[in-house]
Write a protein that binds this ligand. Sequence first.
Ligand code: ACO
Length: 488
Amino acid sequence: MEAAHTWPKDVGIIALEIYFPSQYVDQSELEDFDGVSKGKYTIGLGQSKMGFCSDREDVQSLCLTVLQRLVERNNLSYDMIGRLEVGTETVIDKSKSVKTVLMQLFESSGNCSVEGIDTTNACYGGTAALFNALNWVESSSWDGRYAVAIAGDIAVYATGNARCTGGAGAVAMLVGPNASLMVERGLRGTYMCHVYDFYKPDLSSEYPVVDGKLSIKCYLRALDNCYQQYRAKAQAVMDREKNGSVFSLDCIDAMCFHSPYCKLVQKSVARLALNDFVLEANPDLTGKYTGLDQFRHLKLEDTYFDRDVEKAFLAASSQLYETKTKPGLMLANQVGNMYTPSLYGGLLSYLASKPASEMAGKRVSLFSYGSGSASSFYSLRVSTDLKPGSPLNRLVGSIANLEDRLAARTKLSPPEFDSVMKLREKTHHLAPYSPQGNPDALFPGTWYLTEIDEMYRRKYARTPLHSDGRGDVAEGAGSVEASEDRKA
Ligand code: ACO
């Protein structure tokens, strides 16, 4: 069939699903267990709880669970999907992709015609997967079917100061035209460079090698560079429209970030305010920039750990942070850094924080950072279609139970968390292996590992759904209708 010669309309995210583990450790209890000063993890880093997986779960089971949730809760069928992308840094096989494992779910539909494969670079892989999915829908290769981008990881660190910044989870994004979250065309700022801030050279271990302080500097430098590119492109659009305004954070309604820990996100908002201040030709020194003139001519590169600058701009951006960013930190605070899904957990948290009517038409910015490093700053517009059953209403309805799902988790003690970590460490890449964790502790509808045979082949089973077919404590999703732009 001949491809259309125009771009499909309003390409973006139609539906979103998240999976996070059914168990967590409390960060305040972990402070006591680790013997660090009280408040270091909870106040200093801004974390409350950390989700973690037993040996019953791996990245493939996480992605199986989230993909099946997306398909079931949106009444999709697997033959409606023509591209499937997976972004992950939890590599359990150096050749076979997670995507091919997910193809098991497509078998009964007979659909083996599914493009896309895995993408890896630290926490950025999910964004690369999403960009690939969006680009496919806007390309001559598109055949009219949906694309799905999945981001999934198990984030674990060796004992020490980084361990409290772990987490785990997976997000699935249904991508196509007529989306509820339309990605803004031409507004991407990207910054990539070579740096050893966080990497995983030891293939026999789940743990990364981390230079924590360097990783923070690299994150902030990437943010500066991506935002400046984004800002210039957004300004060019405004200039073309001749509206005479200067682009600033005021032009963004909500700001989501990759969140290694929430405090860094708060500092990132301050960093963006600093960028606006330094880049603006005529900043209003008697208005929103009152008292900041002493910082007017500093070099951004010199300020990553400058306490005076940080303090001044944390104060200057506090309102921005409270209104535009904090609502998007619920999952980051409650589950931790999920790596690739972290940013999209932020988007979900924001969408779950308000009624659809308050978000309609808003611009949401997203900053994605993956160590090594790869980063992008881009934005999407929330649809204004508030008709009953509209894609936006269905999307917001489908995640309205996020807090209930978080509250339904089981708290394990730090010694229990520690023994699970030790078990994962001891049995990592062991074959044959029979996992010991209790599958009954998982949420309904969760895929889990049943065995690894002597040829390292992994087998999975799924915990039963509720008797009424529900996969968690409450459901709100409706069905996604076939896109009007579908050609196949
Ligand atoms: N009460 C309140 N605040 C406290 C307390 C306390 N009792 N104790 C410490 N703090 C504050 C510190 O002052 C510090 O604040 P600051 O960031 O404003 O300076 C903060 O808590 C953290 O304390 P540090 O001593 O700086 O923490 P440490 O160096 O031990 O570890 C780190 C933090 C580097 C983030 C570590 O957890 C790590 O390496 N994590 C993994 C790497 C990471 O996440 N990097 C971010 C980008 S890359 C990525 O996404 C993986």
